[in-house]
Structures are given as structure tokens and as C-alpha cells.
Design a protein around this ligand. Sequence first.
Ligand code: FE2
Ligand code: FE2
Length: 147
Amino acid sequence: MDIFQVLKKDHQEAKELFKKIKETGPRAAKSREKLFAQLKCDLEAHSYGEENVFYPLLKEHAEMEDLVDEAMEEHEEVADLLGDLEDLDHESDEWNTKLAELKKNVEHHVKEEEGKIFKMAKSILSKEEVQTLAQEFQDSKKQATAS
Ligand SMILES: [Fe+2]
Ligand SMILES: [Fe+2]
């Protein structure tokens, strides 16, 4: 798989986790907690990997700078929301509202990333970079979960 396929796969998995969390009923607090912990861990590792191996390479190209900066800001918003959600009572209305907000943010971010960013990156990165980045991204993600 190349970097684009790897990132897309992660995005898809996050989408499925959101769906699963939504499907957990009021009496499934434990499984909701587990699924959310998984989502948080996945999203954090994904952002970490992108920020450490994917975005820096893109930022070497001046024309990508604004898009990458915007993406980094969106990562920060997602991180804040994940922190809030962890602290809130997972069965409260507030939690559900925040989760919907997180989902909206993630969906927007993924759309921009798979759209604008991937499109420009594809024209900028070499064939070799697209391949090696995939492995570097996976390695970086492992670092994130180990720390
Ligand atoms: Fe991503
Ligand atoms: Fe991202």
C-alpha cells in the first residue's frame, strides 16, 4: 500500500468506529467506553504519524504550506474534543453532543485531506516517496502508542 491508501484505510476505520459508538445503546456503557478509548487512541496515533512524517514532507513545498497549517489546526481541535470527551460522563447528553461535534470535525478534516491535500501531494511527491512514506507512517504511529 502507498501512503494514500494507508491513510484512507485509517480514515475508514475511524468512520466505522463512530458508527459503532452511535449504535451502542444506553445500557452498553462499557462497550461505549471501550470503543471510544479505541477511537481516541487511533485518532491520536494517526494525527501523530501525519504530523511527523507526512505533513513535514509536504511542507517542504511552499504551495502546500497553508493547507498543512490548516490541517494541523484541525488536528488540534480534534485533540481538544477528544480530551473533553474523555473527561465527560459518557452517558450524558453533553457527551453525545460533543461526540457529534467531533464526528463533524473529523469528517470535515478527512474530506479536505483526501481531497485538496492528497491531490496536491500526488503531484508533488515522487513515486518512491509515496511508497516509503507508508512504512514510515506506520512506524511513527507505533511510536505514538508506545509513548
Ligand atoms: Fe488523516
Ligand atoms: Fe490529518
